[in-house]
Design a protein around this ligand. Sequence first.
Ligand SMILES: Cc1cc2nc3c(=O)[nH]c(=O)nc-3n(C[C@H](O)[C@H](O)[C@H](O)COP(=O)(O)OP(=O)(O)OC[C@H]3O[C@@H](n4cnc5c(N)ncnc54)[C@H](O)[C@@H]3O)c2cc1C
Length: 451
Amino acid sequence: MAFICKSPHQFLRSPLFIPSSYQGNRIHFPSIKRVQITNSFPVIKALKPDDDDNAVKKEDIVIIGAGIAGLATAVSLEKMGIKCKVLEQADSLRTGGTSLTLFKNGWSVLDAIGVGTELRSQFLEIQGMVIKSEDGKELRSFNFKDVDASQEVRAVERRILLESLANQLPQDAISFSSKLANMEKKQDGNTILKLEDGNQLSAKVVIACDGIRSPVAKWMGFPDAKYVGYCAFRGLGVFPNGQPFQQRVNYIYGKGIRAGFVPVSSTKVYWFICYNSSSPGPKITDPAVLRQQTKELVRDWPSDLLNIIDATPDDTIIKTPLVDRWLWPVVTPPASNGNVVLVGDAWHPMTPNLGQGACCALEDSIVLSKKLAEALQSGTMSIEDAFKSYQDERWGRVFPLTIRANAVGTLLQLDNPLVCAARNNIVIPKLVRLGPMLEHTNFEFEPFLSK
Ligand SMILES: Cc1cc2nc3c(=O)[nH]c(=O)nc-3n(C[C@H](O)[C@H](O)[C@H](O)COP(=O)(O)OP(=O)(O)OC[C@H]3O[C@@H](n4cnc5c(N)ncnc54)[C@H](O)[C@@H]3O)c2cc1C
């Protein structure tokens, strides 16, 4: 049954709201009753509601995943006076990883939740883009502000973005080493979250921001995200004495392979290579192998790119098979199930061809938080209806973008030499216009309700 609350205070002071007993960054549940493992999944045999209800830690709003979506949602809710608990499987914020390009839609959300200014000061504004062929010939260049004066493009380090968001939250808001293993709906509408370490929580509201392989999406009946036929290598080149590149995105298009690089700061340059591969291939963790495979792919390409790869510390080179999931009407489950809702990649994994996955996760976070706050504060709609309204508003935004990103990737990964020649000699130099390529970065939302 949906539950309606007159005010956030009533909600937060409800009998089920227990002040946090978190110590540092880890949850300690000394009283939790461990029960025998019956099979490999679920890890824990469910406690019956009247078995030992006191053994289950009770929370109002639980966010699964301290990635971009999870932290941005937690910060948005916090800004509106609504507390939540974030569970993250890792033992710290993701420190590895490379960089993400954020467009004006991402920046408008970061401004609204109070971290835009501090991030801007650390990352260069990118003025435009240049497209080259694999032999280094310039095919076309654009200046972003020539077509949209309000456009803002910066590549940000994922680690710094996550840290800035986490710094906006109370110290005990994130529980690390808290991996969700399974979940179960109770008759009273609450959800039991079963963690891999055997601990359990009961949550009134679950906001799943647990990424591409979301166990919550699986629980809700979503199929796995589908491999799209190409993989990406990424890394972050470091130039301690200053990087030499202009503030623009550099794309290099080959046949069935393309690369790009963009200055992040005065000393760092992000790069990527996308290459066709009939299967995702084995997971590679050895940095020497990753570097070697990367360099083999672009052996004869412009030296700028090779120099940046050489300047890349081992621990930032990663390989990712690219996937997406299309949210077909009727066929695909809805984004919410009662008081459980999906946000970001957990709901709509998309390929990175438009640089919109994280931007959309940020958009989701603000739309969802405002609808949830409205439900809690005005009581005019239930949480369940707030989540449905979020899905209705966001579906029309994220589904077309997922398809568009996929289509762009398919075109850019074509390997037929004749088609690639036509692309490089006719389509890019004469036909492509920048304006339509950036239209999807327009995103408006109402200002925040303050605390
Ligand atoms: C090659 C590549 C390039 C990209 N470039 C861009 C770009 O330029 N611009 C852009 O906007 N987007 C880009 N993206 C997309 C972007 O990275 C994602 O859209 C974004 O990270 C989604 O954020 P999220 O919080 O939804 O998921 P994630 O960032 O994946 O976060 C999920 C979090 O949930 C945690 N988690 C998972 N399972 C559990 C569990 N069982 N229990 C507890 N915690 C759990 C994870 O540890 C993680 O911290 C790119 C993606 C790729 C692959």
